[in-house]
Design a protein around this ligand. Structure first.
Ligand SMILES: [Fe+2]
Length: 249
């Protein structure tokens, strides 16, 4: 499989490119609006054709490039079936595999950060969105988040994957790129080292995180599969503008 981890610096989002060497088909997981031209440049440079975009959840910190990419190259928009978004072309279900050439993707329902959050398992790697981060996990204090649910998702679903499964999160704010299930099981300060449910909930409730500055625009924008609302203020316009083409990530 052809594989690239791409970084969008405005929201510190990782986008993942998976390409089939045989058919030349490619998918992007969690493409971000400002980086759509860069993503297409990378895809074209590898001689691939984008056929699907997959989002892990309705993001609150950036707007997906799913619609923009569909408009530019005709890729299909795939995402969690539970979101029931009318703009989704291919709703994904846990237990129903998505095949793109030789790439096999198993969608897993991984709620807790949001109720309909999905992770995507592709062979030896899991794309965990905001459910499980490197040395952390997504916040659970807004957007239908629930700490107890996230605890069950991580301990009963993600931590039961093979220990060497590579963990690729949707974000990292310190330049870390990849982890493993074993590493998070043993070292994750929120939930690793066999932390109990009560301790995890206490940690999540004690985070005192600020209100996400783009959430009021990102959520409606992502419910429309990547449409920038018309009232985005000047100081947040960078989330809606293309950062152009440059090989970052
Ligand atoms: Fe998120």
């Amino acid at each position: 499989m052809i594989f690239r981890q791409l970084f969008e610096p405005i929201s510190s989002t990782y986008t993942y490119l998976l390409g089939c060497q045989i058919t030349g088909q490619a998918i992007l997981i969690d493409p971000a609006m400002p980086a759509w031209e860069r993503d297409l440049e990378v895809i074209n440079g590898l001689g691939l054709k984008l056929v699907y975009t997959l989002d892990t959840h309705i993001h609150a910190d950036h707007i997906t490039a799913a619609s923009k990419l569909k408009q530019m190259v005709g890729s299909k928009i795939a995402g969690p079936s539970l979101d029931k978004l009318p703009c989704t072309d291919v709703p994904l279900y846990e237990g129903t595999r998505l095949q793109v050439g030789s790439i096999l993707i198993d969608p897993l329902h991984t709620p807790g950060h949001t109720d309909n959050h999905f992770s995507y398992l592709a062979g030896d790697r899991i794309f965990t969105g905001d459910a499980l981060l490197i040395d952390g996990c997504g916040r659970t204090d807004f957007q239908s988040g629930d700490a107890e649910t996230l605890y069950r998702t991580i301990t009963q679903k993600l931590f039961t994957l093979p220990a060497d499964t590579l963990v690729f999160p949707a974000h990292d704010y310190q330049g870390r790129r990849v982890s493993t299930i074993e590493q998070e099981k043993t070292r994750n300060p929120n939930i690793g080292n066999r932390k109990g449910l009560e301790e995890f909930v206490k940690i999540m409730q004690g985070m005192k995180l600020s209100y996400p500055k783009f959430i009021d625009y990102a959520v409606p924008g992502n419910k429309a599969c990547g449409t920038c609302p018309p009232d985005v203020p000047e100081n947040l316009q960078q989330y809606c503008e293309s950062m152009g083409v440059s090989h970052q990530g």
